[in-house]
Design a binder for this molecule. Structure first.
Ligand code: AQP
Length: 335
């Protein structure tokens, strides 16, 4: 049987990249009837320092974003990671399974410490992928919908699962598959077509936030870096035009079509025409989501109740799996 797990960090406001690469697709998977477990990974967020009040706010706001994007907390399991201790417990065991050499190859750690003193980053930031493996495998999840940037971490999860199975001579953990699909698996920065759109980019103009109003969205897209050429007829015509390709992919993902279909519609037109159309589409898709988020945020205690209930359901799945892991590893347990 298939089971989906995925998570998002409450490390700030959400971007259009998080929506198209993750939230929107999570809702689609749920609606296809696949058992889905969605997590607000607050323990990942603290791998870089978070202001406690902002972390609490971001956790509730991300819960609201999940629900506003179509996650039904009755159909899917929706909760925050720190309420289910199996993540931390299995994470430790996986710290003892994963090899230093594997962690050294992780590009996210390199990206996040680029230009900084890596020696001063937290041990947690370095070990993050082992905790992510625990997030997924605590539920024996088989499929992990993520953006392209997370592919390497899901591959590491498979390596950890395989080594655990091999080291203990068991066939216990499944090999989870990354599910990376759609027109916007990697939404790029509006200022630089070679960088991914990210909630922690210092430039707010580089991203569209889920909470941006219509004027802000239109302005950011108007100012997005592009080139003076009109849109080509085929995808090959975009191969050396990263910024143009990004806007076409965003349009395709927002309108549930392919980049080819967008080019068929707009070939020969310049960005002067395309950008306002894209802004109109982005506002039409995002404004119902941001207003639903604002409505849900008016009652934080209801959000907290949803998270507690989700945590109970998550714990009921993860705890028996973790108990089996302790038994396999040889830990004597309390009777
Ligand atoms: N630009 C993107 N395009 C497509 N998908 C994206 N995702 C993130 N950025 C893009 C997907 O969103 C999910 C949650 O990501 P995360 O919050 O765990 O952290 P991240 O991948 O590190 O995202 P950010 O926005 O860049 O956060 P910061 O700046 O805090 O590091 C994942 O499925 C991810 O693939």
């Amino acid at each position: 049987p298939n089971r989906i797990f995925s998570g998002i960090q409450p490390s700030g406001g959400l971007t259009l990249g998080n929506y198209l690469g993750a939230l929107k697709r999570f809702a689609q998977k749920q609606d296809e009837g696949i058992e889905s477990i969605y997590c607000i990974v607050d323990m990942h967020a603290i791998t870089v320092w978070q202001d406690p009040a902002k972390l609490r706010h971001a956790t509730r706001e991300l819960t609201a974003a999940y629900i506003a994007s179509g996650i039904d907390p009755e159909k899917s399991v929706l909760f925050n990671q720190s309420q289910v201790s199996a993540h931390a417990e299995l994470g430790w065991i996986f710290n003892c399974v994963a090899r230093l050499g594997w962690m050294n190859r992780m590009t996210q750690f390199k990206d996040k410490t680029a230009g900084k003193n890596a020696e001063a980053s937290s041990l947690g930031l370095y070990a993050y992928p082992a905790l992510m493996a625990a997030d997924i495998l605590a539920y024996k999840a088989t499929h992990v919908p993520v953006g392209d940037d997370q592919k390497q971490h899901v591959e590491l999860t498979r390596d950890i699962a395989a080594k655990f199975n091999h080291d203990f001579g068991v066939n216990f953990f499944p090999m989870p598959e990354p599910v990376i699909e759609g027109a916007a698996t990697r939404v790029m920065s509006l200022r630089d077509g070679t960088k991914k759109m990210s909630k922690s980019d210092p430039s707010d103009a580089s991203r569209i936030n889920l909470t941006d109003d219509a004027d802000t969205i239109a302005k950011k897209l108007r100012k997005a870096v592009t080139d003076p050429e009109p849109l080509p007829e085929t995808l090959e015509g975009l191969s050396a035009r990263a910024e143009a390709r990004n806007l076409v992919n965003i349009y395709a993902a927002l309108s549930n079509t392919s980049a080819e279909a967008v080019l068929t519609e707009f070939a020969g037109q310049g960005f002067g025409t395309f950008k306002p159309k894209l802004a109109e589409l982005a506002v039409a898709v995002l404004s119902p989501i941001s207003s639903e988020m604002a409505r849900l945020m008016q009652d934080p205690s209801e959000i907290d109740r949803i998270l507690s209930r989700g945590a109970e359901r998550a714990d009921a799945i993860a705890r028996p799996i973790l108990e089996e892991v302790y038994d396999i590893v040889g830990m004597v347990r309390r009777k």
